[in-house]
Design a binder for this molecule. Sequence first.
Ligand code: SIN
Ligand code: FE
Length: 354
Amino acid sequence: MLNLSGATVVSPTRSFSGNLFDTEQAKILVVDDHPSSRLTAVALLSVEGYEVLEADSGSTALAQVVETNPDLILLDVMMPGMDGFEVCRRLKQDDATRLIPVVFITALNDRRSRIIGIEAGGDDFLTKPFDRLELSARVRYLVRQKRLNEDLDHAEQVLFSIARAVESRDPNTGDHCERLVEVGKAFGEFLQLSRAEIRNLIWGGYLHDIGKVGIPDAVLLKAGKFTPEEREIMNQHVLIGEKICKPLRTMQGVIPIIRHHHERWDGSGYPDGLMGDRIPFLAQVFQIIDIYDALTSERPYKLAFPPAKALEIIDEETAKGWRNPKLIKQFREFVLTTQTNAIVKNFTAQSSVA
Ligand code: SIN
Ligand code: FE
């Protein structure tokens, strides 16, 4: 690599972990109701250079985790009060603690405990008496894994932050993304899509227009009609969005939504002019939600249409060949059912007040 003065700059070498924080001392929480049982683990881990914390019950362990955010937990199974399985379940259900690896300490050959432990979300098992080398190898591996998972989590959060910044730059959107997320989830459930598909619809709600980060204000914020050149630039937002999200493996399911949310059923959309069922299904589903929300919300250039009017406009577009007629029919049913549910809900809420 050359810098401006022409001198060779050598990139600093570091181990291939991709994480700047790997030199930080890892914190291990040892949870066991018997002080003598904690003693061995604490001694072994301290010798390995870890910072070791201790808890003598399930409930103190949960409080300690919140307070100290450890990198790994060695967890005894049998404890009075809350047992280890319950502690693990609670940690794995909470977004703030789910990435912390949990290693259960079980008796040798306790098959039943291992199965319950796996179901509770445990990451590994160790048996007593500890084998020093095994303990150290497993702990090292899981701590490294946890930090890689955290990096991935951070990368996802960066994308969501960019998407939010884009939304705040675009006067057309307001709370558009939040509503898309809510309606996407509800319509996905109505269509009985899988959990993964619903997750992708939800992520699509936040990320579909992330590529607008690369569209100049002169185009993005233009009030009037686009010239053909401006239209060409605006259409790039789906390709830019795909490029931004592509490097992350966890984004693979959302990419079809990002790239294809402006295709049309008759092939007149962009960027690929895909026709009919060549358009990825989730992109078709997402597009309807996106359009319906745009129609039913106020924009700088228009008032909010009532649902019936919005459905009528979508029907006109379907008659022109732009949308999947079967899916539009399902969407209409969904809107009507949701409205009925909302009316019933309001009605029962009012009657219970009265
Ligand atoms: C949008 O993605 O919000 C609009 C794009 C377009 O005008 O085609
Ligand atoms: Fe878009």
